[in-house]
Each structure stands twice: as C-alpha cells, then as structure tokens.
Write a protein that binds this ligand. Structure first.
Ligand code: 9MR
Length: 679
C-alpha cells in the first residue's frame, strides 16, 4: 500500500461515477445484513456471515438431482457416515479416507466447506476398538486415530466433531457407557480435545450431541457444565453442535436460551443435524430464528437433502421432497433468513455434471467469487482518529482468526490487531492498536503475519519506508511485539534505480525448504525479490532482482501476495492493479519455484483473479475496489500454504462514492469466497 496520495490515479469514467451514484441512491451500498434477498439457502445465510449446510453421502454424488441441489443451495457439507471410525480405520492402523475424500473434493470444488464428523463416538465403531480392555493401548489407539485423521484433512475442515454423543439421556447427567468411558474414565473427552488441538491448531474443535436443545434437560445442563469447566481451565474447545433431530413440534421453547447460554461461555454454537418430523414450516422457522438471534450461532446444517435421503425418511423431515422439489419448509427457512422464496422448482442435475471431475491440487484458470458485506470497520478511539482499516493479513491459529491490518488517518499509518472465532464475530472484536507495543508510533503499514517454524516465533513484516519486522512468542498478545528491525541496511540498488516516482511498499516473506524470499513493490510496475537462507532468516537478504515487471505501472502496482498451493508444486502470485475504471483489482500468476519466472493465470482486466466484475455481492455492492488483502491460508507458517480449492480472500473495499484525501478514505474489510465449479 502506498503511503501518501494516489499517484497518477486513472480518471474514473463518467459512467463509473454515475453507476456509483445509482448504487448509493438505491441504498445497497450501506444496506444492513439481510436487507438484500438471495434465492438460495447458502447465499442468504452468508449475508449474516453464516453458512447453510447439509449431510452428504458419497454414493449419491453421481445423482444429478442430488448434486444439483447440493451445489446450488449449500455452503457447508458434513459427510454423513464417511468420516466415522468404522470407515476410516476399519482395522488398527489401516486407514481408508477414500469415501470422505470424494466428499471433501466435491465440496471444495464447489466452494463449500466441510465439517468433520466425527473422531470419537461410541457408535459406528469397529469391533477391534470396542474390544480393547487396557487403557494404555486404548489411549494410544485413540490418539493415533485423531492425529492421523486430522492430519489427513489438515487445512480442509471448518470444524471437527471431536467427540460425539458422550452423555446419557435422562436425568443422570452422566457420561454414557462406551469403551472410551469404561476403559479411560471421565477424562477421555478432555484428552481427545487436547490431542485434537495439537494435531491441527487451526481447526475448530466441537462437542456434538442430541437432546441438548432444551435448557431444562439434565443432559443439556451436564454438557453445559462440561463446556464451562473446559473453558475455565483452558481445555481447547471452540464450539458445540446441537444436532436438532426434532419431533413434529420442532425445537423446545428454550432452544434460543440454550444456544445463547453456551455462546456466553465463549464458544461458537451450530445446529448440526437438523431434521423435523413432517417438516412443519413453523417448526423450521423457529429453529432457524433461534440461531439467527444468537450472534455466535455460526450456521445451520440439515441432515440430508431430500426426504428420501433421510435416516428418518418415513417422517418426511427435510427441506426437499423425494423428487428434489422445494417444500414449504424450504421457503419458510429462506424467508426467515430474509431471502426471497421462489415458486417451487425442481432442482435438476443440469449444471452438475460437466465440471465435477477436478484435480484437487490444480488451480483453475478462471475465478468467480461471492463477497460478504463489510465485516470489519475502523474503530476510532480517543487517541486514534482512524478513517480506514486496510491491508489485512490473517492466520487461523488456536481456534481463532488473527487479523493484522493498517489503520489509516489523515495523519498517517499504523497497525491494529484483532482476533475472533468466526467471521460473524469479526465486527465486534476489540481493536488493539499496535503503536502501544514496542512497534511504536510513526509510519508502519501493510503487515504480513506468519509463524517462523524453525524458530517457533511469530513474525510481523511491515513497511516503514524500509522493510521492517517485529517478533512475538505469543500471537494473541498485542503487547508482545518487539521493536521494529530492518531487513535491509538501505534500499537495494536495483529498487533505487527503477522506482522512479513510486513508493517502496508491501513487503512479503515466503520460504520454501531452503530459502526465504522477500517480495516488494514500487508502485512503478516492478515486483522485486530478494533471498536469504532459511537458516539465516531474518538476516542476510541479498540478490535483489526484478521478479516481474510491466511497462504500465498501474497493471503491476502493489500489494503482492505469494503462496504455496497445497498438494501441488505450484506457487501463486497475486498483484494488485488499477483498472481502466480507476478501481483496484487483482491479477494472478503461477510458478514452479519461488525464485523462478511467473506465468499468467488470471492476469487480465477481462479475466481477472478478483475484480468487481467477477465478484457477486449478495449483501449489496458496497465496493467496486477489490484491493490489498490476504488469502485465508491452510496453515500459519512461513510456507504460506493455501488450499487449491474453496479459496477465501480477506480484502479492503471502499464505498464507491467516497472521495477526497487518500489517507482519509473509509476502507473496510470484506471476505471473498470462491464460487463456481472451476477449481
Ligand atoms: O444419518 C446417519 C445414518 O446414515 C447412519 O446409519 C447412522 C448410524 O448410526 O448415523 C446417522 O447419522 C447420525 C449422526 O452421525 C450422529 N447423530 C445422529 C445421526 C442420526 O442417527
């Protein structure tokens, strides 16, 4: 991000200004979440930062009607049986992830996320586990199961049902008898969560159960007491799943109270297996309302698509009839979320077939996105007259998103940190101004955060006129950052020779096994790259070269990101450009090596990586700039690994009508989620 005025800004066309004015007048730019009506469950749920999911069975993916509805309506997928122990580890140490892998690739190829269900459950447990009688063996088997399964899906799972249905029904409030309970005792649940956190610190860890929706039930109180105990002792737990298998009457009247009470313990809550006998519209609407009324209720999943897909098919409990037609309950759910009910339509498999055979590791050559509304806005305080929040960097670690960003005001730039469990929480997170840490006041901007695994240390890389960094052993401690240090003694010669009237900005570090590279931009059509060894990092950056250039300075402007694509030997480069309409957008390239040359992927204005023209704005067109941001990574270390599918990008956007002093513009942060089949 360049620090002062917008140099040589391309003029915005009269048409562009007119379009901006129309958008503002129509009110969509500032519309409250929910004001814009979508026509699918997933798109409508997304307007309040939530997902809408379904259970999926691998063997049905070839059914066009089924896959058509799945891909159109749902943004979260739970494998109905494929991740259960009897499938994934049918005999000791021999793992079979093939059926679940098919669901995961299907989901990610269609921009949906995945809930992992389930790691520790007394049911669908192979006989060999049930017959273990000695605690040491069972402990080792359990740890190995959790660790191997989570490692296989690392970076691909929204949340894991770590332990499922461990409590008794009825009034006892005790744990259910199971091999885990009988052999390991009460502590097996805590131990499973601890193992899970170590296996994948970035994944959300949930406890999932049924008959815990009624606040007055002994079982609910017992699970609540466990979660309260866990959170008070720092046992890692991030969420509680309420299965919500309801009778004809739907949820108990106290359901919202229950959700709110758990959420108040500091965990997210989700409805994870919703089905309702005979699917009354009121019962479905009441269930969804309870979730919408609780900020930390992050999504709803129904337990199957059509009535014929249900484990209770005799009770017609789902949102689509057995032919795939939307039922009245579907419309009730959609309109309860604020969406527009359409006439009952049959969900054909028309669009489903062609583009489902995809390679999990390959990036597509064309991109489509759906944007949230603004999720993070500036939070000025008595000593920080902030106008805009910009240039975010984000990692998911220990059950939370950790966002670092520039804060801009007429007087200049500094940095801010916030953390939250879910995007629905992003707006209410506390902003910690990092000028209060040893990072200090003055010009600091465009942060990049990662954990440098060889030193077990967090790094924050940012611009100060030079390329600077601070370190911290505790990511969540905003006061723990060290004072700025420079990567270079002074601006490398090649930059000084080529920068012209530009600015040296947007420093970015990424490492492969042997070498760390530092990329930077000059707002003058050049992307630079320096290198040092992994052993020497953060010292020794040298050999600065031009990694990519464009004779049109606006076509290769600033804000570069470089990532390793998970499961492939490719790297992805994004660079922000200023389009012919004066608006920011991203171009992309790939390379087989960080020190190699870059080939265009989606690198033009007409086929961009991300531009207002390939982004849908179901929550209102609040921005026409898709500007400086950061991908949601699969991990958090210096390899900057991203998934190959189901990409999400946190970016800065701007009210199209805003104008005036560049540093005082009201930038806000929104989230792009990749859509479409190309993946
Ligand atoms: O829907 C699942 C069904 O196909 C299986 O036969 C059954 C076996 O136990 O599990 C069903 O899913 C259950 C889920 O995994 C946990 N909560 C209760 C669900 C309904 O039984």
């Amino acid at each position: 991000m360049h620090p002062r005025g917008r140099p040589g800004l391309r003029p915005i066309s009269a048409l562009g200004l007119l379009a901006a004015a129309v958008l503002t007048l129509s009110g969509t730019a500032t519309a409250a979440p929910g004001a814009v009506q979508a026509t699918t469950l997933g798109a409508q749920a997304a307007q309040s930062g939530r997902y809408f999911g379904t259970a999926v069975a691998t063997y049905k993916l070839g059914d066009g009607t089924y896959a058509g509805i799945l891909d159109r309506e749902f943004t979260m997928v739970t494998p109905e049986n494929e991740m259960k122990w009897d499938t994934t580890e049918p005999s000791r140490g021999s793992f079979n992830f093939a059926p679940a892998d098919q669901i995961v690739s299907h989901a990610t190829a269609h921009g949906a996320r995945v809930r992992g269900h389930t790691l520790v459950w007394h049911s669908q447990l192979p006989g060999w586990v049930g017959s273990i009688i000695d605690a040491t063996t069972l402990r080792s088997v359990l740890n190995n199961h959790i660790t191997t399964q989570m490692a296989h899906y690392k970076g691909k799972i929204y949340a894991w049902d770590v332990v499922n249905e461990a409590f008794n029904d009825g009034s006892s409030g005790t744990h259910r008898a199971s091999v885990f309970q009988n052999v390991l005792g009460d502590g097996f649940i805590e131990s499973a969560f601890r193992t899970a956190r170590t296996a994948d610190p970035a994944a959300r860890l949930c406890y999932n159960d049924y008959n815990i929706e009624d606040w007055n039930a002994a079982k609910t109180q017992a699970v609540y007491a466990m979660v309260r105990d866990f959170t008070s002792r720092g046992v890692p737990i991030d969420c509680v799943g309420f299965q919500a298998h309801f009778g004809t009457g739907g949820p108990p009247v106290s359901f919202q109270t229950t959700l709110a009470a758990f959420a108040a313990l500091g965990v997210d809550v989700q409805i994870t297996e919703l089905d309702i006998a005979q699917a009354s519209t009121t019962a479905y609407a009441n269930t969804v309302k309870a979730c919408l009324n609780v900020a930390r209720c992050t999504g709803v999943t129904v337990w199957g698509i059509r009535d014929s897909d249900s484990w209770r098919s005799g009770e017609n409990p789902l949102l689509f009839d057995s032919s795939g037609n939307k039922k009245a309950a579907y419309n009730a759910v959609l309109t309860t979320m604020g969406g527009t009910a359409t006439a009952a339509t049959k969900a054909g498999g028309v669009a489903a077939g062609a583009d489902r055979s995809t390679s999990a590791a390959a990036l597509p050559s064309a991109f489509r996105w759906s944007s949230s509304g603004p999720l993070i806005a500036p939070k000025p305080d008595a000593t920080h007259a902030i106008a805009g929040i910009k240039d975010p960097s984000v990692v998911r670690y220990n059950g939370k998103y950790h966002v670092f960003a520039s804060v801009a005001s007429a007087s200049g730039y500094n940095l801010v940190y916030l953390s939250f469990t879910d995007w629905s929480q992003a707006g209410s997170a506390t902003h910690h101004y990092l000028d209060r840490s040893a990072i200090g006041t003055g010009y600091r901007a465009a942060p990049q955060v990662f954990s440098y695994a060889p030193q077990r240390l967090w790094y924050l890389v940012y611009q100060t006129g030079n390329a600077s960094y601070s370190t911290n052993s505790d990511l969540s401690d905003p006061n723990g950052w060290s004072a700025p240090r420079g990567f270079y003694a002074s601006m490398p010669d090649v930059i000084a020779q080529n920068i012209g009237g530009g600015y040296w900005v947007d420093m970015w570090v990424i490492c492969d096994r042997a070498t760390c590279y530092l990329f930077s931009s000059d707002d003058n059509g050049h992307l630079y790259r320096s290198r040092t060894s992994v052993a020497q990092f953060p010292n020794g950056f040298t050999d600065t070269v031009i990694a990519l250039q464009d004779s049109d300075r606006y076509a290769l402007f600033e804000a570069s990101n470089v990532y390793q694509v998970q499961g492939s030997d490719r790297y992805l480069l994004l660079v922000e450009a200023i389009g012919s309409d004066g608006r920011r957008y991203f171009r992309s390239w790939t390379s087989a090596a960080l020190g190699g040359s870059w080939s265009p992927l989606a690198a033009s204005e007409s086929s961009p990586f991300a531009r207002s023209t390939n982004v849908a704005f179901p929550a209102g067109s609040w921005t026409r700039d898709v500007s400086h941001g950061e991908m949601i990574r699969a991990g958090y270390d210096q390899t900057l690994t991203i998934p190959s599918c189901g990409l999400q990008y946190l970016y800065q956007g701007l009210d199209p009508a805003a104008s005036g002093d560049y540093n005082s513009l009201p930038w806000r942060l929104g989230l792009l989620t990749q859509t479409g089949a190309a993946c």
